[in-house]
Ligand binder design. Sequence first.
Ligand code: NAD
Length: 533
Amino acid sequence: MTTAAQQITSTGVTLRAVPEHALPVDLVARLTARAAAGGAPAVQTFAPATGVFIADLPQSSVADIDAAFATARTVQAEWAQRPVAERVRIIRRFHDLVLREQDAILDIVQTETGKARAHAFDEVSDVAVNARYYAKTAAKLLGTRRRAGVLPLLTQVEELRRPKGVVAVISPWNYPLALSASDALPALIAGNAVISRPDNQTALAALWAAELAERAGLPKGLWQVVLGRGAVVGNELIARADYVDYTGSTATGRVIAGQAAQRLIGYSLELGGKNPMLVLADADVATAARTAIRACFSSAGQLCESMERIYVHTDVYDEFVPAFVEAVRGMRLGANLAYDSDMGSLTFQRQLDTVRAHVDDAVAKGASVLAGGRARPDLGPYFYEPTVLTDVTPGMTVYREETFGPVASIYRVDSDDEAIAQANDTTYGLNASVWSRNVGYARTVAARLNSGAVNINEGFIAAWGSIDAPSGGLGDSGTGRRHGAEGLLKYIDTQTVAAQRVLPIAPLAGMSDETWAQTMTIALSAMRWLGMK
Ligand code: NAD
């Protein structure tokens, strides 16, 4: 695969060798040809780190979406009949292919997002972990369950687990492989078809994943990708889907919830955050400062789980702050297609505008910049330095609003109670991090944090990567869960089948209603006495 733009140092000046295309033309042509699209005018995409042209993306018309659903429904009916073991085999092959062919997708993800390769690799790991987990657990989760009947022995009950049908996965641009593939996998393994709507900016990553899944053996048409602006095609998808899985901002999440409610279909919303990190007095400060780099600046802070607020106990404040600031100042910026940078570019002009606005507003109102604080157009159009602020007060935008960029604000606190109260002073509740050498005590702090996940002595990856446990937000951070049993069971409907044997649940021939009521009263009392369910 050819590389994207590279930096060349010549006579002391940083030059940029700009190729005509950011990705191999044949790869882009093959992937875009896979999209269930072409009925609407195309959209051009450009690599954020370099400004180089990526693709003319075909866009889906209403007719394209109709056709995609028609195909999906036909293919899904056959897929749902296949034994779970057969579906599992395909997902395991997909797992192996993703790991084996990771160089290709790392190049695509980096090119489309501008992120550093290490952060693109987090997406590859995420897909592998999800594929392995659901391949291992699906048979048990999807199996028919015997349930207690209303009359013991006489009523035999089974709970069946049936796929919903066609699931729409609407995903954003910040983790384009993970958030399209990892959410699709449990839906597929549960017997559904999936129609993905990735963001245009990162469509090739989703198209690559769907293509690879077909190579792993997934039936053609079971996982399709439609393309279009969210507000345009989102409505069309929700109008046809049997379930919608959405990841993005809280504002859009509310719109999606309203649309899904009108159709009485289920939904899962993974939304924004303003995540707090608490460094307690007994923390391993050096490790906390080092780990905070990944916790705050993965994908240039364009990570829903990333830490934007750091509350440091006064006893260790003067140790933590210089250690963290020194680590931040030492970060290498760049988005070469190699493991040679610690942070890449932002993905859009609008992200750069938001970051600038938050930092400039804070500085104008009295905040101090300890590191970063400026854009780096010399590196690429949307680069912004990893930034550390102090003296942030409630009147500043950055205090409460999600920046979704490389900006962390540090607050000095005098007690753990104060840290917890400030951490909870938000409408969000996605992720939190607590640093303490006393893990038992840190657990009691975690219990008091209003957050869907709390990482102790870690930033986000411990909870996020431990996929046996559910992941999702409280409050404005969303509803529904991915990962764990819930991450698969949301894609099924249960069906209860109860078979009555020998005697009906009604008065026997000639028995009065009163005698029936008396008989049942004795039976119900006996069941309670015997401790039955
Ligand atoms: P956004 O809501 O504006 O857009 C996200 C995606 O939704 C885009 O692809 C967009 O095209 C699409 N969209 C917009 N309106 C739509 C509509 N009416 N119907 C369907 N789709 C629509 O969010 P953004 O600012 O681009 O993305 C960043 C946000 O996503 C941040 O708030 C971040 O925290 C959140 N996020 C959350 C998670 C999570 O797992 N909780 C993960 C990643 C990102």
